[in-house]
Write a protein that binds this ligand. Structure first.
Ligand SMILES: O=C1O[C@H](COP(=O)(O)O)[C@@H](O)[C@H](O)[C@H]1O
Length: 259
């Protein structure tokens, strides 16, 4: 597991989205060159969708071989297929409908109008992840190249909310979430162990309303009280912030000391 999280602070949220999109393109291209494919976990929320829109607008998007990209989701709002509030619907609108992804490699979480209730739907997604894990991944989910997470103002990541049962899960890779404090109340989420299987975890936080959450999560809070504190990658944990979201960080974390 990685050491301390690394921080990159951009001037504003537009620049953060563009820089993060450029970073993601490079990461995908590098992974595809090294092993033939890349696997990425997408996040919902404003910052995640901002990144996808910036990627869609980037001329460098053509450097990605979209047919050799596995896409997964970190969480989903358990709503009918096509609902405008589903993370999958929003990712399609922001990016996926305008690039030649291979539909067989795109893995949205189940919708509420499918054959499963939420806990069974979570089990189905866990089985899909397990089937995609390779022996060298040594786990029940693939070793994702990059797993992105938006950080909520309450420090939630994916659909893991402070003090909720889902954030305490230590065995399963995917769980149904009931009674989430942010609508809709019923959701599906990767758990912290599944998140920590990723090579790199990128936490996205832009805007003043994320400043308190970033400060708490980066100042030694426990993961049950501040789920973002428990989101770490195997080889790297990267916080991508804008100046507003970094504005309450303790001075020992930001700005960096002058050499
Ligand atoms: O509901 C959700 O919220 C978080 C954070 O969203 P934001 O709009 O505050 O950035 C998001 O990461 C998660 O995927 C989503 O389901």
């Amino acid at each position: 597991m990685t050491g301390a999280p690394q921080l990159v602070v951009h001037r504003d949220k537009e620049l953060m989205a563009r820089a993060a999109a450029a970073r993601l393109i490079t990461k995908i291209v590098d992974a595809q060159s090294a092993k033939g494919y890349a696997s990425v976990v997408l996040t919902g929320g404003r910052n995640g969708n901002g990144l996808l829109a910036a990627l869609a607008a980037s001329p460098a998007r053509d450097a990605v071989d979209w047919s050799r990209l596995d896409l997964w989701w970190g969480d989903e709002r358990f709503l009918p297929d096509g609902d405008a509030e589903r993370n999958y619907t929003q990712a399609r609108a922001a990016l996926l409908d305008s690039v030649p992804v291979n539909p067989a490699r795109v893995h949205p979480m189940p919708a509420s109008d499918g054959p499963y209730e939420v806990d069974a739907a979570a089990e189905v997604y866990a089985a899909e992840l397990a089937a995609a894990a390779r022996p060298e991944d040594h786990g029940q989910v693939p070793a994702f190249d990059v797993l992105m997470l938006g950080v909520g103002p309450d420090t939630h990541v994916a659909s893991l909310f402070p003090e909720h049962p889902a954030v305490r899960e230590t065995e399963r890779s995917v769980v149904g979430v009931h009674g989430a404090p942010k609508p809709p109340p019923t959701r599906i989420s990767l758990t912290l162990p599944a998140i920590r299987a990723a090579r790199e975890v990128w936490l996205l936080a832009a805007g003043e309303d994320k400043a308190g959450a970033a400060a708490i999560a980066l100042s030694g809070a426990g993961e049950v009280q501040a789920p973002a504190a428990g989101a770490r990658g195997r080889s790297r944990t990267l916080w991508l912030l804008d100046a507003a979201a970094a504005s309450q960080l303790p001075p020992e974390l930001y700005p960096p000391a002058v050499a």
